[in-house]
Design a protein around this ligand. Structure first.
Ligand code: ZN
Ligand code: ZN
Length: 170
């Protein structure tokens, strides 16, 4: 969805729509979109500066990086970006400071689809986990430990501990 910046009215432009994205466009290879991405976006023009505030929601299926089980991840994220014209692109280094990411628009256009896709990808966890305390898969029996089918843990002994015990007995 390309927005022609010349056409943004004084009072701003409000966009409320669903974006159809392909699973292959997501940075997480195994991620699957379970719902279309819904976006509510406000574009405002102040001189050459375009401010884009938005909210994106969807549901994604991830594969847990510890137990390999699929789980649902709800996305409900807001963003607040400022876009500057391409003439200022060369000054990027001088303009940017650590707290501020700068974006630029080219040919008086902004592609909203690209922006929502990027913002969606930014919400993804580095290591998807079905729950923060996921125990993963037992190295002995291969079962998911938190499902209670694995009883290996109590029988597992650390060989280093055994050594220590014999040492202490002496
Ligand atoms: Zn897990
Ligand atoms: Zn086990």
């Amino acid at each position: 969805m390309i927005i022609d910046l010349e056409r943004i009215p004084k009072e701003g432009l409000h966009v409320d729509r669903y974006f159809e994205l392909e699973n292959g466009e997501l940075v997480e290879e195994e991620a699957i979109l379970l719902e279309p991405l819904h976006a509510q976006i406000d574009l405002c023009k102040q001189g050459q500066e375009i401010s884009i505030k938005g909210k994106i929601t969807t549901v994604i299926s991830f594969i847990c990086s510890r137990c390999l089980a699929p789980f649902e991840f709800k996305v409900d994220a807001e963003f607040d970006l400022v876009f500057l014209p391409e003439e200022l692109f060369e000054l990027k280094e001088e303009l940017s400071d650590d707290d501020l990411d700068l974006f630029f628009y080219f040919q008086n256009q902004i592609n909203l689809r690209e922006i929502v896709l990027e913002q969606l990808n930014l919400t993804f966890p580095m290591k998807p986990l079905c729950s923060p305390d996921c125990q993963g898969i037992c190295p002995v029996c291969g079962q998911i430990i938190s499902e209670g089918n694995c009883h290996c843990q109590q029988n597992l002994t650390d060989p280093r501990l055994e050594k220590l015990k014999t040492f202490l007995k002496r």
